[in-house]
Unconditional design. Structure first.
Length: 401
């Protein structure tokens, strides 16, 4: 329903406008309220909140332009719908009314019901469109402000990320320099210590062969000294091996490698240990006879895993080691399974690949470098190692290459 406020001091004119408008405006019913003075008009405007005001210029207590100015103060911005009714031949007054905010004007005694209805309906539609535009513009401004705020947040985040990236780059460079310095130190130290240790072992051998000791504990002390020197030499050699891998100028190029050939080379290298322990080595590479990998790295991986399987054998049975390959979701997997001492993964799983970490020191001599080196080589190529083990039963290393 549309509400119309008729403001005219002439009761006959108000009745005429009421008849002209009827009870229907387009497709909507209308409710018509009346006022004869400016004071009544202001009170009715506040109470009714009309959709359109038909305002006569001549009023007993004010004029139409003055009342129009007062109505504008009562209505929200761009929401006042007024059609000014003027006397004949007063186009200047009509222009002033339009400039002050009236949406249209009519000249008294020069319009019929159809023109009045069309003018009022057009003014209401124009006002509703203007309000829709204002709401849309306000919403658009709000969206633009949100976008500006979001852009500021994004820019601030970008600056923060840029700062963090610079800090991270600097930290990585410092870490790389530190690692390089550490590798150089370890390599130089291990290289420089080799000859003094070998000389020391030679002196002890010479002393043991030529000197005479009356102390009955002397043979035991000689063995302890010899074992300590041998362990020290082994540690130095293993450290040099690890650092040497890190100092390679470029990774070895990958190529198609025959697993049977690699296994044959490794078992030949370990032939004395295999014969001494009566170990049985079983190979099954039918699922994946060849794979693309760096040959030297693959030999090092298999050599260390097979050597550990023999070294940490169970004292009650000869070692049996199975070497096999398979595909897991398209990724090559090399498995080394033994029947040795096994590892308590609940206790030691988190430190399995740490440098110098040993889990059966009483079983065999060693330095704990082998698994560390294997893990570094595998991870450098984007792979990983999974371990399944049961103490007193055995261990399976699954190397995802």
């Amino acid at each position: 329903m549309k509400k119309i406020l008729l403001i005219d001091d002439n009761e006959q004119d108000r009745e005429l406008y009421r008849r002209f408008l009827g009870k229907q405006l387009g497709h909507e019913r209308i409710l018509i309220e009346e006022a004869a003075t400016g004071e009544e008009a202001l009170a009715q405007f506040v109470a009714v909140q009309p959709d359109c005001v038909l305002l006569d210029y001549n009023l007993p207590d004010t004029d139409g332009l003055g009342l129009l100015a007062q109505l504008k103060k009562l209505a929200p911005i761009n929401s006042l719908c007024v059609v000014m009714i003027t006397g004949g031949g007063n186009e200047t007054l009509a222009v002033r009314a339009l400039n002050m905010g009236a949406l249209d004007y009519l000249v008294k005694q020069q319009f019929d019901p159809e023109l009045l209805t069309k003018t009022v309906l057009h003014a209401i539609e124009k006002n509703e469109w203007r309000q829709y535009q204002a709401r849309y513009h306000h919403e658009l401004q709000a969206i633009n402000q949100q976008l500006r705020d979001s852009l500021e947040v994004v820019e601030e985040t970008r600056r923060a990320l840029s700062t963090k990236n610079e800090e991270l780059t600097s930290a990585n460079q410092q870490l790389a320099r530190t690692n390089a310095d550490l590798d150089n130190f370890v390599y130089a130290a291990s290289h420089d210590l080799k000859q003094p240790v070998n000389n020391l072992r030679g002196l002890f051998e010479e002393l043991r062969d030529t000197a005479t000791f009356n102390d009955p504990a002397a043979p035991h002390m000689w063995r302890m000294a010899d074992d300590s020197l041998r362990v020290l030499a082994t540690i130095i050699t293993d450290l040099a091996t690890v650092v040497q891998e890190e100092r390679l100028p470029a990774p070895e190029a990958a190529e198609q490698v025959d697993l049977a050939n690699v296994a044959a080379e490794v078992t030949q290298s370990l032939r004395p240990q295999i014969l001494d322990t009566e170990a049985r080595i079983y190979c099954d590479f039918t699922a994946l006879p060849t794979l693309r990998y760096a040959p030297r790295n693959l030999r090092t991986i298999l050599l260390n895993l097979l050597a550990n399987a023999i070294k940490y054998r169970h004292p009650d049975r000869p070692p049996q080691v199975s070497l096999r390959t398979r595909l897991a979701a398209g990724q090559p997997v090399l498995e080394v399974e033994d029947n040795g001492l096994g590892i308590d993964l609940q206790r030691h799983g988190g430190e399995l690949f740490q440098l110098f970490r040993r889990f059966h020191p009483e079983a065999a001599a060693g330095t704990g470098v082998g698994l560390f080196l294997v893990n570094r080589l595998v991870q450098a190529q984007g792979g990983h190692i999974e371990v399944v083990s049961q103490p007193e039963v055995g261990t399976t290393f699954s190397v995802f290459l």
